[in-house]
Design a protein around this ligand. Structure first.
Ligand SMILES: NC(=O)c1ccc[n+]([C@@H]2O[C@H](COP(=O)([O-])OP(=O)(O)OC[C@H]3O[C@@H](n4cnc5c(N)ncnc54)[C@H](O)[C@@H]3O)[C@@H](O)[C@H]2O)c1
Length: 343
């Protein structure tokens, strides 16, 4: 196979990002069709990235253009139907996080990819970030000894799109913002979660015009792992000061930190009273630039080599289970065992 031909489903924020990444950095993958029901968005993104074949639905794209794979970058409630349809038509699937809204939806997707023999990769790009990937290698290598505790934070600058501020259509910020932390915890600690306790708070919703029930912009999660280790996640969105993602892992022999508040490598000094200015990352596409590039390189390479991706549907399902456990925890004001969610 020469190039992997890809249909990009969703032409919004992430549809644009992945279209740009493929065009500029992943020569083996080519976006040959674009799908979005909103004509103005479809045309704006199509024009920006020179994608000629544009459709209002995946069904139309499947009938109109030949391709081997889809990248699904649509709102979470649409993930199950789009992934199942693409798999049924023999297309490999790259699916953005969160995998779906419920475990039943995750199971439908897993069954479809299994039945039709296609590959599935979930968009946990942190696993491909050079710093996160190196940390995983070094923890595996025993450098800090057995991990005892992990603390992960994601603070994002702006509100996500309106559909993502409603628990019913997105499962809230725990899913939208902190899915990445939930996956990072399981991955770096090499253990599944046993119990979670979550507290949430809402400081800026009203002033930003968000009136949806149970909206929160601050979230603190405590996790007990099956290994006996402890985890902690903080989520703030909107935080306004920039995009901030950092992790600390404490092992029996030492401590490891991933990321820092200082974002860009440029340091500016214009005033001795204010001292040095080291700008923080503005947006997530900047902080995880290499993660987004390498995850799509990986997806294309897996299709060409006919081997399964490193980030699986099972990983996506675990993150959804943790979102559901965390949401139940703050709604019912109690710790929730993953077993209650997963059965
Ligand atoms: N990996 C990451 O870091 C990251 C970051 C942000 C968002 N996301 C995820 O990416 C997905 C999209 O988020 P976004 O911020 O780009 O949202 P968005 O609202 O900016 O874009 C979604 C687009 O999908 C279109 N759409 C809706 N239903 C569709 C359908 N059935 N078929 C085709 N297009 C459809 C909408 O018209 C919209 O243009 C979500 O799952 C979100 O959680 C991932």
């Amino acid at each position: 196979m020469a190039n992997v031909r890809i249909c990009m489903i969703g032409a919004g924020r992430v549809g644009k990002l992945h279209s740009s990444t493929l065009r500029r950095h992943v020569p083996g993958g080519e976006v040959v069709a674009l799908v979005d029901p909103v004509r103005s968005i479809l045309d704006a993104t199509g024009d920006q990235f020179g994608i000629e074949r544009r459709y209002a639905s995946l069904e139309e794209a499947l009938d109109g253009t030949a391709f081997e794979a889809v990248i699904i970058t649509t709102p979470t409630p649409t993930h199950r139907d789009l992934a199942v349809l693409a798999a049924a038509r023999g297309k490999h699937v790259f699916l953005e996080k969160p995998m779906a809204l419920s475990l039943a939806e995750c199971d439908d997707i897993l069954a479809a990819v299994e039945r039709h023999g296609v590959l599935l990769q979930i968009g946990f790009m942190r696993r491909f970030d050079p710093d996160f990937a190196a940390a995983w290698e070094r923890i595996q290598g025993g450098e800090i000894g057995e991990p005892m505790m992990i603390k992960s934070l994601t603070h994002g600058p702006g509100l996500p799109p309106p559909w993502a501020t409603d628990l019913k259509t997105s499962n809230g910020n725990l899913a939208e913002v902190n899915s990445h932390d939930l996956d990072t915890l399981r991955w770096l600690m090499a253990s599944n979660p046993r119990r979670m306790y979550v507290e949430v708070a809402n400081f800026k919703g009203a002033e930003r015009g968000v009136t949806t029930e149970h909206f929160y912009d601050n979230m603190l999660a405590t996790v007990k792992f099956e290994s006996g280790a402890l985890g902690h996640i903080s989520g703030v969105c909107p935080c306004d000061y920039g995009y901030d993602s950092r992790v600390e892992i404490i092992g029996k022999k030492g401590i490891m930190q991933i990321g820092e508040m200082k974002g860009e490598s440029i340091v500016v000094c214009v005033d001795r009273d204010h001292g040095l200015v080291t700008p923080i990352f503005r947006r997530w596409p900047d902080r995880f630039r290499w993660g987004y590039i390498r995850e799509l390189e990986h997806f294309v390479a897996c299709i060409l080599a006919e081997r399964p991706p490193q980030v699986t549907g099972a990983d996506g399902r675990w993150a959804v289970a943790m979102v559901l456990a965390g949401t139940r925890s703050f709604l019912e004001e109690r710790p929730v065992y993953l077993q209650e969610i997963m059965g």
